[in-house]
Write a protein that binds this ligand. Structure first.
Ligand code: XUL
Ligand code: CO
Length: 436
């Protein structure tokens, strides 16, 4: 049975197509820099927004029409959603999907019942993966919606809540492994605080470090080898979240001896909430070998919260892809659309328009980035800009031979530093725009 009989598999029709249900830039088998677009981008669709988002906001209830969903928290409803989800994944040609435990299966009255529900839905997810070839990019546990997590999960002041969270991640890891998930994500939804007046930050961070080590140990035990990913976000829901940006996450992982097991899952709207560009966050993670995956979306210039809009801006996606390619592209990660349709876009077909737009935006970004790299104008400029480090005193500093005394003698002998050169920002922005 089909839930979208009027929609066929979305075809690639090229840039001149006027068909809104076709790709203009994403041609999955086309080769770019020696790899297919499919393998470069590794698109993934999220269960929470696409299957569970209803469009409610703090001022109003859900608006979305979802004829397949009876609105109940029953297992039957959950199992029906799986069928719908896989039809959407397949028709869009998305090779991956991602979920939280509570997106796919209802929470039970006891934790044991919740685990049973999840295992039951997992059987169906597995069967659908086998039938369609769609794979799991990552799994995660929702440890932020239920009131028990009001003070946090691994960083709660209540030790029982820590134990509950551990049980939940244990099962989510088992399920992720069972489904061949390529990564496991931690987004610290409520791992943070509202006021230091009631918070022992050091103790909470120590607990988070312990929790993640337990996850690493259990993954080893059950043979889950995919990397763990931490998803940075600076605020919302808490005022200060511990995993606030790439730098804070990497410092935490290093301090708690977790570096070998983790990478980052970097989200555009989270980067901008942290006061950074997405490119900054990607480059910072990339230079430390910590770039794992991305949650692709965008915020709104005029709204200060996590609006999770679908990415449509080629300028942004091209710059993101430039940084991603610079650090070698994705291995286990991918472009995961942590994005939701607007509340006003309430019809099922809007889910297709939204993903087509996001996939095309990243496909076009990939094409532009590959052209920029082929011409080498920007990388040549940067290389030339740092040429004072390739020989002479610069080389001595980089190689570790220089000391304060030797540098003092060198610059005293010259009397003044050599003349600076323009950074040419405007010219370089013009160069970049040639490729758009
Ligand atoms: C919240 C967010 C999450 C994570 C997974 O802002 O991005 O959906 O991606 O928990
Ligand atoms: Co996200």
């Amino acid at each position: 049975m089909s839930y979208f009989p009027e929609i066929s598999n979305i075809p690639y029709e090229g840039p001149n197509s006027r068909n809104p249900l076709a790709f203009r830039w994403y041609n999955e088998n086309e080769m770019i820099e020696g790899k297919t677009m499919r393998d470069h981008l590794r698109f993934s669709i999220v269960y929470w927004h696409t299957m569970r988002g209803g469009g409610s906001d703090p001022f109003g209830m859900a608006t979305a029409i979802r004829p397949w969903d009876d609105g109940s928290d029953s297992l039957d409803n959950a199992l029906r959603r799986v069928e719908v989800a896989f039809e959407i994944f397949e028709k869009l040609g998305a090779p991956y999907y991602a979920f939280h435990d509570r997106d796919v299966a209802p929470e039970g009255k006891t934790i044991a019942e919740s685990h049973r529900n999840l295992h039951k839905v997992t059987e169906s997810l597995k069967a659908h993966q086998q039938k369609t070839g769609v794979k799991l990019l990552w799994g995660t546990a929702n440890m932020f919606s239920n009131p028990r997590f009001m003070h946090g999960a691994a960083t709660s002041c209540n030790a029982d809540v820590f134990a509950f969270a551990a049980s939940q991640v244990k099962t989510a890891l088992e399920v992720t492994k069972e489904l061949g998930g390529e990564n496991y994500v931690f987004w610290g939804g409520r791992e943070g605080y509202m006021t230091l007046l009631n918070t022992d930050m050091k103790r909470e961070m120590d607990h988070l470090g312990k929790f993640l080590h337990m996850a690493v140990d259990y993954a080893k035990k059950i043979g889950f080898s995919g990397p763990f990913l931490i998803e940075p976000k600076p605020k919302e829901p808490t005022k200060h979240q511990y995993d606030s940006d790439s730098a804070a996450c990497i410092n935490f992982l290093r301090a708690y001896d977790l570096m070998p097991y983790f990478k980052l899952n970097i989200e555009t709207n989270h980067a901008t909430l942290a006061g950074h560009t997405m490119m900054h966050e990607l480059d910072y993670a990339g230079m430390q070998g910590m770039l794992g995956s991305i949650d692709a979306n965008t915020g709104d210039l005029l709204l200060g919260w996590d609006t999770d809009q679908f990415p449509t801006d080629f300028y942004l996606t091209a710059q993101c892809m430039l940084v991603i390619l610079k650090w070698g592209g994705f291995t286990t990660g991918g472009v995961n659309f942590d994005a939701k349709v607007r509340r006003e876009s309430f019809e099922p077909i809007d889910l297709f328009h939204a993903h087509i737009g996001g996939m095309d935006a990243f496909a076009r970004g990939l094409r532009i980035a590959a052209e920029v790299r082929k011409d080498g104008v920007l990388s040549d400029f940067v290389k030339h800009r740092y040429r004072s480090w390739d020989s002479g005193i610069g080389k001595e500093i980089e190689s570790g031979r220089a000391t304060f005394e030797s540098l003092d003698a060198y610059i005293t002998g010259r009397g003044e530093a050599s003349t600076n050169e323009s950074g040419r920002q405007e010219m370089l922005e013009n160069v970049f725009n040639r490729y758009l």
